[in-house]
Design a protein around this ligand. Structure first.
Ligand SMILES: N[C@@H](CCC(=O)N[C@@H](CS)C(=O)NCC(=O)O)C(=O)O
Length: 234
């Protein structure tokens, strides 16, 4: 049984600069499933144009959550076995918040905010030969601007947008409190999502209002360090 994990290349000192790819890789590590990485810089090659993708025993799976459900079922793994219905509902709501709202704060901070863009573009586009770089960069950045606008987050003035994303961080900080993981002493599947997103906000050596906001929550910073030590040591 082989699990091929097709995901974006790494950067910024992170296991992955895509929070969805990092979520899935974190989950695979928490689940103890061996996998082989296939680096894929171009999401258009993926069946639905988004990464991560997993190919397992000839089956191609898209969407991090769907992949986790399928692999859990196939391997008889349930990282949430210890959670009651109310905790599972909380995990679901927090995951949706991170993936559908906080995500756009992160996208804005890297791709649209001029301060973040100056730090981010060399990581993402630095290896593309100069003659085509400007064209590719303009095309992809333009698409991401349209996506953020279409979602709605990209229509807010920057201060409002960052305030909306910081409200998510505050909520997560309150929910985590002094616990090592979001639901107690051991990680659950929500911690894979949480680290994919919070890690990508707290840990990279980037300075934007979003990174600065996250680093004002000591429990979130310590949580990311704990998750990294557990899942990506060395
Ligand atoms: N719901 C998907 C979302 C994946 C996703 O949005 N991936 C981004 C990278 S973080 C992507 O591939 N974007 C490429 C694009 O939109 O063109 C999942 O959970 O896997």
């Amino acid at each position: 049984m082989t699990i091929e994990l097709h995901q974006f290349p790494t950067g910024l000192g992170m296991p992955n600069i895509s929070p969805f790819c990092m979520k899935l890789e974190t989950w695979l590590r928490l689940a103890g499933l061996p996998y082989e990485i296939k680096w894929q810089p171009d999401p258009r090659k993926a069946p639905v144009g988004k990464l991560p993708v997993v190919v397992a025993d000839g089956e191609t799976l898209c969407d991090s959550e769907r992949i986790i459900q399928r692999l859990s079922q196939k391997h008889g793994i349930d990282l949430d076995a210890g959670l009651g219905p109310q905790q599972r509902a909380q995990a679901h709501a927090m995951r949706r918040m991170l993936e559908e709202n906080t995500y756009w704060g992160l996208v804005y901070s890297r791709w649209i905010d001029p301060q973040g863009w100056a730090q981010f573009w060399p990581v993402f586009f630095g290896r593309i030969p100069a003659p085509v770089r400007a064209l590719v960069t303009r095309m992809i950045r333009g698409q991401i601007r349209r996506d953020a606008w279409g979602h709605g987050m990209g229509r807010h003035p920057p201060a409002d947008l960052y305030a909306r994303a910081e409200a998510d961080l505050r909520a997560l900080s309150e929910l985590l409190g002094e616990q090592p993981y979001f639901f107690g002493a051991e990680p659950t599947s929500f911690d894979a999502t949480a680290y994919g997103f919070l890690g990508n906000i707290c840990e990279p050596a980037m300075k934007t209002p979003l990174n600065d906001a996250a680093r004002r929550y000591p429990n979130l910073v310590a949580y990311c360090a704990r998750m990294r030590a557990r899942c990506f040591p060395g």
